[in-house]
Ligand binder design. Structure first.
Ligand code: 3PY
Ligand code: MG
Length: 237
């Protein structure tokens, strides 16, 4: 989701999406807006995942109630460890401790309950470059990672073919990650922007499947409406 209006997040939830990725890496919404996005996801039944712009945003996103965080551009086991450390309280990590936050219902949740429960939120690391490909085995050994998320766009760029997400070289590397994750019993995810690609990765056993972007879906819908007008000869130039 790149919108700043929580209505679109709600629509995704009411339409039956399991989760929404609230994008702070490429979207314009800031942490203040994220709170309302998270509320909108929760009231419409979708799990709110925040894609952070940097590691420092991890604990902030979790404090405001994200069900998980997605961290871009992880290239080494050290970077993956740092992300887990930032996302988890003791004993797994060293997330800054505060229970006067939305995630702890502003201190209404008992402290004995809050901290163990908070450690159940998801950590999703994005593998999307050649460095990650080289360090794949070590990254997969890092405890506390819930999902390995492949970023096909950045991966394609790292192969010198930016945007060619269906290029055989990109597909080969993505399959390598999917197979390695399966062997290790880890969940794997990716981004798709059409139904054909969604089917491809679903059949390859990718479990955390994201599809397009709010604004992209709206752009597709507008193009569809435009085509319908054309079919009826309305507004033909
Ligand atoms: C990528 O394809 O690089 C992504 O980050 C998708 O979300
Ligand atoms: Mg990316």
């Amino acid at each position: 989701m790149k919108t700043c209006d929580p209505a679109f997040v709600e629509i995704a939830g009411y339409s039956g999406m399991d989760f929404v990725i609230l994008d702070m890496e490429h979207g314009p919404a800031g942490i203040e807006q994220m709170q309302n996005h998270i509320r909108a996801a929760q009231c419409s039944g979708a799990v709110p995942i925040v894609r952070v712009g940097c590691t420092e945003e991890i604990s902030k996103a979790l404090d405001i109630g994200a069900g998980g965080v997605q961290i871009p551009q992880i290239g080494t086991a050290g970077e993956a460890e740092a992300a887990v450390r930032e996302a988890k309280f003791y004993p797994t990590g060293s997330r800054g401790v505060c229970r006067f936050v939305r995630a702890a219902r502003y201190s209404v949740t008992e402290r004995e309950r809050y901290f163990p429960e908070a450690n159940e939120t998801l950590v999703i690391v994005q593998l999307e470059g050649q460095e990650a490909m080289e360090n794949l085995d070590e990254i997969m050994e890092v405890p506390g990672i819930d999902v390995l998320f492949i970023g096909p766009y950045d991966l394609s760029q790292s192969l010198g073919i930016p945007g060619q997400t269906m290029h055989p070289q990109v597909i080969r590397q993505m399959k390598k990650i999917v197979e390695a994750a399966h062997r290790k019993g880890l969940l794997v995810g990716t981004f798709t922007d059409d139904a054909r690609t969604l089917k491809l990765w679903s059949e390859a056993g990718v479990q955390y499947l994201s599809y397009s972007v709010d604004v992209g879906i709206f752009a597709d819908a507008c193009a569809g409406v435009r085509r319908e007008f054309d079919a009826f000869g309305i507004g033909a130039s």
